[in-house]
Design a protein around this ligand. Structure first.
Ligand code: DC
Length: 215
């Protein structure tokens, strides 16, 4: 399957930036699957659902309508593009993403969104679970300090109280949770091209991906 390019990797590895640029260069669509988990987390918080309450989350997944217009994301008709980009929703989305009913509900949504055309999809299990049949799978990584530094630069624009130390701790906690959960943990498999972006510019990483695609 050549119409779907998957990019997996830990928080702050630059998947979003790279996937977006790659999609633009190739004329593909782009799906940020983390935004879907964040949207569900946002809705669960709005509904005051306990993140451990599986049956309420299952009902939420059945009823909710999530849509993208370009890169903006709406939940039940409300644009939540900026509301989902906080440290609190990041943490909550990591917690609910460990719950199997949430992953099952979002599985269908992700497949449906991508099978309509050519897409670059990025997340934690896009090459292992969502599109294991893809022929172009990448795993994007970077050192934890660099990843935390990038996240910190994004978050401090919105949250003046955030510190770099707290962001490093948060990234480490999320790395552990995302890669040790029972359902679809973040995993690097042998059929993925591994790219370590530590010390590389965005353009250099995109070039590396393009070189592999040309091969
Ligand atoms: O990439 P992000 O920080 O926006 O993702 C938010 C959380 O969603 C992340 O901590 C784990 C979860 N997630 C996931 O489990 N599987 C995906 N494919 C994407 C995100």
């Amino acid at each position: 399957m050549k119409s779907v390019i998957t990019i997996d990797g830990p928080s702050g590895a630059g998947k979003g930036t790279i996937a977006r640029l790659l999609a633009k260069r190739l004329g593909y669509g782009y799906l940020d699957t983390g935004a879907l988990y964040r949207a569900v987390a946002w809705k669960a918080r709005e509904m005051k659902i306990d993140p451990e309450d599986e049956s309420s989350l299952a009902k939420l997944l059945k009823d909710v309508s999530i849509s993208f217009i370009g890169e903006r994301i709406s939940v039940d008709g409300m644009d939540v593009s900026s509301e989902i980009r906080t440290a609190e929703i990041g943490e909550l989305s990591s917690r609910i993403s460990a719950i199997p009913v949430v992953r099952q509900g979002l599985f269908e949504i992700q497949r449906d969104m991508c099978l309509k055309g050519k897409v670059v999809i990025e997340g934690r299990d896009t090459g292992t679970v969502i599109f294991p049949e893809s022929e172009n799978k990448f795993y994007l990584d970077a050192g934890v300090e660099e990843r935390a530094g990038r996240r910190y630069e994004e978050l401090k624009l919105k949250d003046l109280c955030i510190t770099l130390e707290a962001t490093v701790e948060d990234i480490k906690k999320r790395d552990t949770r995302d890669s040790t959960r029972k359902t679809s943990p973040l995993t690097r498999t042998g059929d993925m091209i591994y790219i370590d972006s530590t010390g590389l510019s965005i353009e250099e990483v995109v070039e590396k991906v393009m070189d592999h695609l040309k091969k």
